[in-house]
Design a protein around this ligand. Structure first.
Ligand code: BG6
Length: 462
C-alpha cells in the first residue's frame, strides 16, 4: 500500500537548545537549573555526563543544517535558550543574537523552515532563585523575554511555540523528584502548572500585539489514557489522568478555558492556585493558532485497588492506578510502551474535540541504548527497529489524516543523538550518530537514509 502525505507536509525533526547547543557556560550564556544541578549533584546524571557540551550544535550548526538539507528536511524545530539570550534576565547578549541569526539564516538558505520554541525545561538559574514558575514575577519576565525574541527574530521566523511539554517540569520538578528543584508537593505543582499556562497565554498576547505575521502554538506531550475496562470506576480513573496530564494544558491553550471537571477536582482537593481575576480573560483571548503534539507512549489506567488513606500525601496516583496492559510491547531501554495507534486516537480527538485545529506531530521517536551494537563494517548504525517504529506510527497518522484530521507535519525526535537530561547519552534517538568521544563526529544511520527518501517521496510504500 502507498502512504502519500498531503502536499506541503512539514517533514523534519525536533530538538532543543539545552540538549544540542553545548557551550552551556560560554558565549555569554548564564546558567540554567541544569548547569546548577549538575554542578551540585553530578551523580544524578547517567555516567556523570552533564549539560556542558551536549551535541556541539553551537559550533557545528552549518554542517548539521547541510545534512538536514541532504535528507530533504523542509522544517526543523529547536528552541532559543532564555539564559543565553538574556543572561541577566534583562539585557540582550549580542553573541546569542548573532548565533541565532546565523542559525536561522542558514536554515532558511537551505530550505529548512525554522520553528522556534521559547522554553524547553531550561529555567534560567536566576529565575529559579526567584521561585521559578511558582513566582508570578517570573511569568512577567518570561513574557518580556518572549517579546524580545519576537522582535529580534520575528522577521525571519514565522512559526513560534511558547512551551515544549509544559507538564514535564510540573511532573518531574514538583511531583516525582526527577528534575531540579526535586520538590514533591502537589499543591506547588498545581501552582507551577497554572503559572506556566499564564506565561504561555501572555507570550501569545505579546505575539499578537506585536502584529506578527507568523503563527504561534504550543507543544504538548499528549499521552492518551486508556482505561483497563468499560467499568465505571476504570473509566472515571482514566478520565482523571486525562484531565491532569493532557487537558490541563490542552483545553486552556486551544479552547481558552479549563475543563470544569478539572477545576472541580482541584477545588475538592484544596489545590486551587493563586490566581488573578483577569487571568480568565487572558486565557480566553489568547489561544494558540496551532498545536504541536509529542507522542511517545500511552497511559494505561485502572481504578485504585485501595482508596487513599486519610493523611496520605496527595499525588496524581491518589486518584488512579496505572497497570500493565497484557498485550503491550515495550521499548525496554526507555521503559515506554510502544503503541502506534495512539497517534491515530490523538488525531481523531483533535479533530472531534478541539475544532480540528491545525496540528503536527512535533516529536515521536525511539531511544535505544548501546547502539554501537548495530554498527556494521562501514561504520553505519543499522537501526531497522527505528525505521519500523517510524513507519508504523506514520501509517496510523496517515489514517487519521485520511479521516480528516488537520495534521500538517511530522517531526522526528531527533535529528542527531542528543543529551537527554538525566539520561544524558544513554538512549540514542538520532538519524545521525554522535560520537561524544571524538569531537561529536556525526555519522548517518540507516534510518537517516530511509527518512530522507520518505521525505523526497512525500510518503512511502509498504
Ligand atoms: C520529550 C522531550 O519528552 O522526549 C525531549 O521534549 C526528550 O526533551 C524526549 O529528550 C525523549 O525523552 P528522553 O527522556 O528519553 O530524553
Amino acid at each position: 500500500m502507498k502512504y502519500d502525505f498531503p502536499k506541503g507536509f512539514y517533514w523534519g525533526a525536533a530538538a532543543s537548545a539545552p540538549q544540542t547547543e553545548g557551550m552551556s557556560l560560554e558565549g555569554g550564556k548564564a546558567a540554567t537549573i541544569w548547569d546548577y544541578w549538575y554542578k551540585t549533584q553530578p551523580e544524578r546524571f547517567f555516567q556523570g555526563v552533564g549539560p556542558k557540551n551536549t551535541s556541539d550544535f553551537y559550533i557545528q550548526y552549518k554542517e548539521d543544517i547541510e545534512n538536514m538539507k541532504k535528507l530533504n528536511f523542509n522544517s526543523y524545530r529547536t528552541s532559543i535558550s532564555w539564559a543565553r539570550l538574556l543572561p541577566d534576565g534583562k539585557n540582550v547578549n549580542d553573541e546569542a543574537v548573532e548565533f541565532y541569526n546565523n542559525m536561522i539564516d542558514e536554515m532558511i538558505r537551505n530550505g529548512v523552515k525554522p520553528i522556534m520554541n521559547l522554553f524547553h525545561f531550561d529555567m534560567p538559574l536566576i529565575m529559579q532563585e526567584k521561585g521559578g514558575w511558582e513566582n508570578r514575577q517570573v511569568v512577567e519576565e518570561f513574557a518580556s523575554y518572549a517579546k524580545t525574541a519576537f522582535k529580534l527574530f520575528g522577521d525571519k521566523v514565522k512559526m513560534w511555540t511558547t512551551f515544549n511539554e509544559p507538564i514535564v517540569p510540573v511532573e518531574a520538578g514538583y511531583l516525582y523528584n526527577q528534575h531540579y528543584p526535586c520538590v514533591v508537593d502537589m499543591k506547588r505543582a498545581v501552582q507551577v502548572a497554572y503559572n506556566t499556562m499564564i506565561a504561555s497565554a501572555k507570550a501569545v498576547k505579546e505575539f499578537k500585539e506585536d502584529n506578527n505575521q507568523g503563527k504561534i502554538g504550543i507543544i504538548l506531550n499528549l499521552t492518551p489514557s486508556y482505561a483497563r475496562s468499560e467499568d465505571k470506576e476504570d473509566l472515571k480513573a482514566a478520565n482523571i489522568a486525562d484531565l491532569l496530564f493532557n487537558r490541563s494544558f490542552l483545553d486552556p491553550s486551544v479552547k481558552g478555558e479549563y475543563p470544569e471537571e478539572l477545576v472541580a477536582l482541584i477545588r475538592e482537593n484544596n489545590l486551587i492556585p493563586e490566581y488573578r481575576e483577569a487571568d480568565k480573560e487572558l486565557i480566553r483571548d489568547n489561544t494558540v493558532d496551532f498545536l504541536g503534539v509529542n507522542y511517545y507512549q500511552p497511559r494505561r489506567i485502572k481504578a485504585k485497588n485501595e482508596p487513599c488513606k486519610a493523611g496520605e500525601t496527595l499525588m496524581p496516583e491518589s486518584f488512579f492506578d496505572t497497570y500493565e496492559w497484557p498485550e503491550r510491547r515495550m521499548n525496554p531501554y526507555r521503559g515506554w510502551e510502544i503503541y502506534e495507534k495512539g497517534i491515530y486516537d490523538i488525531a481523531i480527538n483533535v479533530r472531534d474535540n478541539y475544532g480540528n485545529i491545525p496540528w503536527f506531530i512535533s516529536e515521536n521517536g525511539m531511544g535505544v541504548q548501546d547502539e554501537e551494537r548495530f554498527i556494521d563494517e562501514t561504520g553505519m548504525v543499522k537501526d531497522d527497529y527505528r525505521i519500523d517504529f517510524i513507519k508504523e506510527h506514520l501509517k496510523w497518522l496517515h489514517k487519521g489524516i485520511q479521516e480528516g484530521s488537520n495534521c500538517f507535519g511530522y517531526h522526528l525526535w531527533t535529528f542527531m543523538d542528543n543529551w537527554s537530561w538525566c539520561n544524558a547519552y544513554k538512549n540514542r534517538y538520532g538519524l545521525f550518530r554522535v560520537d561524544i568521544n571524538s569531537n561529536y563526529k556525526r555519522t548517518i544511520k540507516k534510518s537517516g537514509l530511509w527518512y530522507g527518501n520518505v521525505i523526497k517521496n512525500n510518503g512511502f510504500e509498504d
